[in-house]
Design a protein around this ligand. Structure first.
Ligand code: AMP
Length: 282
């Protein structure tokens, strides 16, 4: 695996590969890699001829300074994992390399409604940061395919919208959420949990599954309230637990039994904020 730190070198590398007809797949990450990231890489290996991954803990997407400072960094292990998974090139930029003109005047993206709900509402500015970093990565790498995890459901939608706004041709491939045996969605932030907290954290997925099992056509308020109350009683600080239209993310007060839905949750265990979601296919 080639490791490059300069945007110019990366652009040269991919241009050369493109000239030879390669299909370039990109798996962007913030490091502290786990099997969920590797599953994206494996998908890219299936669909692309050259797989590029990036590791960059993007400061502009953290709305909370302590979350940024405490974000886990395991770079040596990450490199070993990427190499073992057959990654062709790792882009490992510095902040200056990513944002040579600083972070104060980066573009603003008109994300509309998407930015006003759920993660957008609870993490102001977060999705602007996500768009800034992904836009820059797409510009440097010009991938044919971009692999994203359903774990970050709203982020997939936001990046889809950003792609329309900046008119980039890259195709987005959304990959399923990988989970621990107890159902907990794999996440870099899980490294900040004790083993007891990890056990407890699986109750988020349990609650999403409870909603999936109990949901019936009609009003949904009571079901949402029971789910929130359960997590709160178990000691979580719940930001939201929401049932939404899976294509628009609009919150649903009631259900006609037909609309495709997604159930999304965000909750803190002590200082660590976790998110998860499942789609309901009916
Ligand atoms: P992150 O490093 O957390 O920014 O994630 C990088 C990419 O990996 C994003 O597209 C995430 O949605 C995806 N990802 C994170 N966790 C998982 C998981 N448990 N299963 C599948 N993909 C994941």
């Amino acid at each position: 695996m080639i490791i490059l730190k300069s945007a110019t070198e990366v652009a040269r590398f991919v241009m050369e590969k493109h000239k030879n007809g390669a299909v370039i797949g990109l798996v962007p990450t913030m490091g502290a890699l786990h099997q969920g990231h590797i599953s994206l890489l494996e998908k890219s290996k299936q669909l692309s001829s050259i797989t590029v991954s990036s590791i960059f803990v993007n400061p502009t997407q953290f709305n909370n300074a302590s979350d940024f400072e405490k974000y886990p960094i395991t770079i040596e292990k990450d490199i070993d994992m990427l190499e073992a998974a057959g990654c062709d090139m790792l882009f490992l930029p510095s902040v200056i390399e990513m944002y040579p003109y600083g972070t104060a005047k980066l573009p603003n993206y008109n994300l509309g409604f998407l930015e006003t709900v759920l993660e957008g509402k609870f993490r102001p500015g977060h999705f602007q940061g996500v768009c800034q970093v992904v836009d820059r990565l797409l510009n440097i790498i010009q991938p044919d395919l971009l692999f994203l995890g359903q774990k970050d459901y709203q982020q997939c939608m936001v990046i889809g919208k950003m792609k329309e706004l900046v008119k980039i041709n890259t195709q987005i491939i959304i990959c399923p959420t990988l989970r621990e045996p107890n159902g907990l969605a794999m996440s870099s932030r899980n490294l900040r949990l004790t083993s007891d907290e990890k056990k407890k954290a699986s109750k988020i997925y349990e609650t999403l599954c409870f909603i999936k099992k109990e949901i019936k056509p009609g009003y949904l308020q009571d079901l949402k309230e029971r789910a929130r109350q359960y997590l709160t009683e178990e000691g979580f600080e719940v930001d939201y637990i929401e049932i939404a239209n899976s294509t628009t993310l609009e919150s649903q007060e009631s259900w006609d039994g037909k609309m495709q839905l997604v159930v999304l949750a965000a909750a803190f265990i002590n200082e660590v904020r976790l998110i998860d979601n499942i789609t309901l296919q009916h």
